[in-house]
Design a protein around this ligand. Sequence first.
Ligand code: C2E
Ligand code: CA
Ligand code: CA
Ligand code: CA
Length: 280
Amino acid sequence: AKQLGGNNVQFYRDSLQASSRERLLLEAQLDKALDKGQLEVFYQPKLTLSSDRLLGVEALVRWRHPQFGLVSPASFIGLAEETGQIRGIGEFVLRQACAQAHAWQSGGLAEVRVSVNIAMQQLRQGDFVAQVAAVLAETGLPAALLELELTESQLSDNVEDVAEVFRQLRGLGVRLAIDDFGTGYSSLGYLKHLPVDVVKIDQTFIRELGSSETGGDAAITRAIIVMAHSLGLEVVAEGVEEVAQLDFLRAHGCDEIQGYLFSRPVEAQAMTELLRARAA
Ligand code: C2E
Ligand code: CA
Ligand code: CA
Ligand code: CA
């Protein structure tokens, strides 16, 4: 057992070193990744529970790396936020997602709203609202079909600044969502001051749903749905993997679900085929 423990420690050290080496490598390569066309936008559908219709998708970036294969955003978004590279990446994802949603719309498929994740650093750019307006104008996507998601944790220290930018984005007609809701803030008072349309219940609450109506996660999920609805907000549950979770969310009036149960994030082409199949 002692030997095994020693090996484990060794393995742990090696993987730590490997990951810091990999991190340096990724940082150096991330700059070129955009120019080389290695970043790709995947789409994950959301299902509207009242109608069982697919009316929205979330855009999720991936890096098709020549050595490492398809790299998850978890491996490079945090890094890109530290280095400021997130601004260029974010603008790329925004433009790509809006162009794609416009293509679906003009291709006669159901009007699908696209949600794009935004980092705090993008919102802090003085010209962010102008950038969004320009992308909408260039791509021809109606503002009402764009939703921007900001995580509650990024919001937490910046409510005043965010509120002003959100008001301007609302003025364009863009919808706004609080992502990872329920995990990132100590007080909910900010919801009164912030123009928001949607809250997305964090996956950690959804994970334990279904096993019992009385667990803490079930209680929190029910409370978020009731509170959000009384504030006039829509509720999306993400990370839905099981039928029992879907049943719970439907029974408690959740508006939309997103998760592997319905579909994983897929390439644009596969998303187009999914939309065609549902339109037929
Ligand atoms: P997020 O915005 O909370 O996105 C949801 C994540 O949950 C996605 O991971 C999605 O693939 C995953 N997911 C969806 N359904 C399920 C499920 O049923 N089970 C499980 N276990 N996971 C599910 P992904 O694509 O790896 O993205 C991770 C995070 O990276 C995102 O979390 C978001 O915070 C960030 N991210 C992704 N794309 C962008 C982007 O373009 N800009 C920024 N700023 N962040 C991004
Ligand atoms: Ca999100
Ligand atoms: Ca989320
Ligand atoms: Ca998250």
